[in-house]
Design a protein around this ligand. Structure first.
Ligand code: NAP
Ligand code: GCO
Length: 267
């Protein structure tokens, strides 16, 4: 028996939210290569078009929809459209997310709420929209993109850490409430990944030196590098496949070992 078949997503409909680029795009690409039918969304048509072109360039026939994941009506409408045009969602990856790096006492309540809305409320809204069809179908997979900030805090990311900490517990609660319907809900906790979201932390300094935060992360990571979005593809395919049918409520950290390491002593 070819055990790799347990990792196949052949014929499964996978919706990766906010996946025109970045981590979502890399996860979608890996799932496509594992046989999945890829669905993604973004908040504007031009970004969906850009995403469609990017998927096409990789030889992937993706289905793209304009949808703001914080808008429950838009999400419910999109689920109906996906079901008509592609099929009911077998795999949901709650990937769409934002961050605002502002010292807490300088952050407006509106900014705090916006981060919570996208990073925590939206995974609730989208999961709630797809679970009924998963139950009817006999099961499904939900993967929430958490963060190291599901476990740690740091200066300026109070809203993001609160959201990602909450997303860890939402993951565990969906696993608890819907496991009996053969729905597995797990999280992926990426370490520091080189995407547009972290670009400000890697900007070259005026004197051409590396950003202090860039140097900090590399010194704290045994792998000695930032993660690439493609590093998340394998873990995502595993959690989306039959190979993980008895894995539920777990957060799989894909961080190059940063959480295991005290950090390289300064030379
Ligand atoms: P990114 O490059 O900023 O991409 C985020 C994606 O989410 C974009 O496509 C964005 O679309 C979309 N999005 C934002 N708000 C949305 C909304 N309301 N509705 C629909 N789509 C929306 O971020 P990334 O680095 O790929 O991160 C993806 C996920 O991984 C996020 O949840 C992030 O918190 C998490 N994460 C990232 C890292 C890292 O180091 N990069 C580490 C741990 C976790 P627009 O272009 O339209 O804004
Ligand atoms: C930051 C970074 C992190 C990463 C990621 C780490 O400002 O600290 O953006 O939050 O995005 O979440 O796992």
């Amino acid at each position: 028996m070819d055990y790799t078949k347990n990792y196949s997503l052949e014929g499964k409909v996978a919706w990766i939210t906010g996946a025109s680029y970045g981590i979502g795009f890399a996860i979608a690409k890996a799932m496509a290569e594992a046989g999945g039918k890829i669905v993604f969304n973004d908040i504007r048509q031009d970004l969906v078009d850009k995403g469609m072109a990017a998927y096409e360039a990789k030889g992937i026939l993706a289905h793209g929809y304009v949808c703001d994941v914080t808008d429950e009506n838009a999400v419910n409408q999109t689920v109906e459209t996906i079901e008509k045009e592609v099929g009911s969602v077998d795999i949901l990856v709650n990937n769409a997310g934002i961050i605002k790096r502002i010292p807490m006492i300088e952050m407006s309540a509106a900014d705090f709420r916006q981060v919570i809305d996208v990073d925590l409320n939206a995974p609730f809204i989208v999961s709630k929209a797809v679970i009924p069809a998963m139950i009817k179908k006999g099961g499904g997979k939900i993967i929430n993109i958490c963060s190291m900030m599901s476990e740690f805090g740091r200066e300026t990311v109070s809203a993001y850490a609160a959201a990602k900490g909450g997303l860890k517990m939402l993951t565990r609660n969906i696993a608890s409430e819907y496991g009996e319907y053969n729905i597995q809900c797990n999280g992926i906790g990426p370490g520091y990944i080189a995407t547009p979201q972290t670009a400000p932390l890697r900007e070259k300094q005026p004197d051409g030196s590396r950003h202090p935060f860039d140097q900090f992360i590399v010194s704290k990571t045994p792998a000695g590098r930032w993660g690439e979005a493609s590093d998340l593809g394998g873990p995502a395919v595993f959690l989306a496949s039959a190979a993980s049918d008895f894995v539920n409520g777990q957060i799989l950290y894909v961080d190059g070992g940063i959480q295991a390491y005290i950090g390289k002593q300064p030379s």
